[in-house]
Design a protein around this ligand. Structure first.
Ligand code: SAM
Length: 482
């Protein structure tokens, strides 16, 4: 019933009971003893976690005097919340949970909930379990606000990343557990590389449950969601992955086995997004080649067209270059020099200071974003050297990534690379490091690839005008997933 503007501004999305139940089970599996654990939810909203946590505490204290139970829980359960009304709900539901579980006996739960901004709230209390569904969204922090979280930040701060760092501060160093509902973007994004480094050093993942997109239980949330449990004080290099489908009240879970964290703690974590991709993800973790080993680097197209509106032209002249717009890369991976979307003109007039916009080298073009409903995340096409030479040079719009040869003769030629990037298995591999519709240069450069020598097999197949299925089959064999 909250206004949608308030929900998106404060990152207010309350967690359904089925997911809460699973996260509590996962925390228990990571070592939490409800009879003794001190528990904090630093973004407790209406108490979606605190009520069920109190219920489990009561179950584990059966047989004790009811007053003692309430007093005991009052000392072990804490919630922080910025919204006073939500905090009141938490406090009230918590009291109601205790009241009904203890048949009305027991007394007051005290002030378990504090109304505050968790990111500036100062307290040196630490907990056995930090649990919750922290808010997310970009935030701007002042220098002072940034300071305690500097170790995990790189560029833009995202609220949930800062709440993860806060949880590391708040969980006990010897075995404290963190159990969060989070977006998955921290697994791969460059902005989160210091956070990954912090987690690898201080709080290793124990279990990661991917919540199926079909679930649709966080109304209006577009990001891929995960139930993540971390433990402090002990090295866990192979967290268990599961796939979860849930409604408000029910949840089913399929185990996907263990995965390996990368050797470089800041590198993207390879995580299968479906049971089908488990084997591929395991193989990827052992593949040392990256795009640079094949002889390429990734840059985004240099032209941000709306900064050059005045220089767009309908006709070619001596001072113009053709513009490669995103639509030049068709959904099935063909390159066609065209400009048929609104406001797109075919040529750009270059001033003397615009020389850096020229692209003189043939490369592989890769779309930077795809629509969520689109079947593939990777959509590539070869920009042949012949097309560039025909015009002397071209420019490329920034909705495209360019996979640019680093040397005259890269180990994999551009035609083969484009065919490979368009294959079903490359798409699946990319999804193991990114749940987002955006395809960043950083992630493409981090993608684990088969040895470049194996790509010769694909080059040979391409000589005989293969069908898409034949290309897919060859690429799957090369990736080791026939
Ligand atoms: C995603 S909701 C989850 C609420 C609750 N944990 C649940 O799962 O139902 C995030 C909550 O964090 C609160 N919040 C946002 N920024 C906060 C901050 N800086 N400090 C404390 N709470 C904050 C919001 O008001 C909201 O209630």
């Amino acid at each position: 019933m909250l206004p949608s503007e308030m929900r998106s501004k404060g990152g207010v999305y309350y967690t359904p009971p089925a997911l809460v139940g699973r996260l509590l089970d996962a925390a228990e599996a990571a070592g939490i003893d409800w009879a003794t654990a001190h528990v904090l939810d630093p973004a407790c909203g209406g108490g979606a976690f605190l009520g069920p946590v109190a219920s489990r505490m009561i179950e584990h204290l059966r047989g004790c005097n009811r007053r003692v139970i309430v007093r005991n829980i009052a000392t072990r359960l804490r919630g922080l919340e910025i919204d006073p009304f939500a905090a009141w709900m938490s406090q009230t539901f918590l009291a109601a949970t205790l009241h009904s579980a203890l048949d009305g006996a027991g007394g007051s739960i005290g002030e378990a909930i504090t109304v505050c901004d968790s990111l500036t709230h100062r307290s040196c209390e630490t907990f056995d379990l930090v649990i919750g569904n922290p808010p997310y969204g970009r935030i701007t922090l002042t220098k002072e606000e940034r300071e305690p979280f500097r170790r995990s930040l790189f560029g833009h701060a995202n609220l949930y990343g800062v709440f993860l760092d806060l949880a590391v501060h708040k969980a006990k160093a010897d075995g404290g557990v963190i159990a969060y509902v989070t977006p998955t973007s921290f697994l791969s994004g460059e902005y989160f590389k210091n956070l990954r480094g912090l987690l690898a050093a201080e709080a290793n993942p124990v279990s990661l449950d991917l919540v199926s997109e079909r679930t649709g239980i966080f109304d209006g949330v577009l990001q891929e969601t995960m139930l993540a449990v971390f433990r402090r004080g002990e090295q866990v290099r192979s967290p268990a992955v599961s796939f979860v489908e849930a409604t408000e009240a029910k949840l089913s879970r399929k185990r996907g086995g263990d995965i390996a964290l990368p050797e470089d703690p800041q590198a993207p974590w390879v995580l299968p997004r479906s049971p089908r991709a488990v084997g591929l993800a395991r193989r990827m973790s052992a593949m040392p080649d990256r795009l640079a080993d094949w002889g390429y680097k990734v840059s985004t197209g240099p032209l941000v067209w709306n900064r050059y509106k005045e220089q767009l032209r309908t006709r070619a002249s001596r001072s113009t270059v053709p513009i490669i717009w995103a639509e030049a890369v068709s959904a099935d991976g063909e390159f066609l020099l065209r400009s048929d979307r609104r406001n797109h003109l075919p040529f750009l007039h270059l001033e003397a200071s615009d020389e850096w916009l020229r692209v003189k080298r043939g490369c592989v073009l890769l779309q930077r974003t795809t629509a969520k409903e689109q079947a593939r995340r990777l959509v590539a096409a070869e920009l042949p050297q012949g097309v560039v030479d025909e015009h002397g040079s071209v420019t490329v719009e920034n909705h495209l990534n360019m996979l640019i040869p680093l040397v005259e003769r890269p180990k994999v030629d551009t035609q083969t690379l484009a065919a490979f990037m368009n294959s079903a298995v490359a798409d699946e591999a990319f999804r193991c490091i990114s749940g987002s519709v955006a395809v960043s240069a950083y992630e493409i450069e981090s993608l684990a690839l088969p040895p470049h020598e194996d790509m010769r097999q694909l080059s040979i197949v391409l000589r005989n005008h293969p069908t898409r299925i034949e290309i897919d089959r060859t690429c799957a064999e090369i990736y080791g997933t026939p």
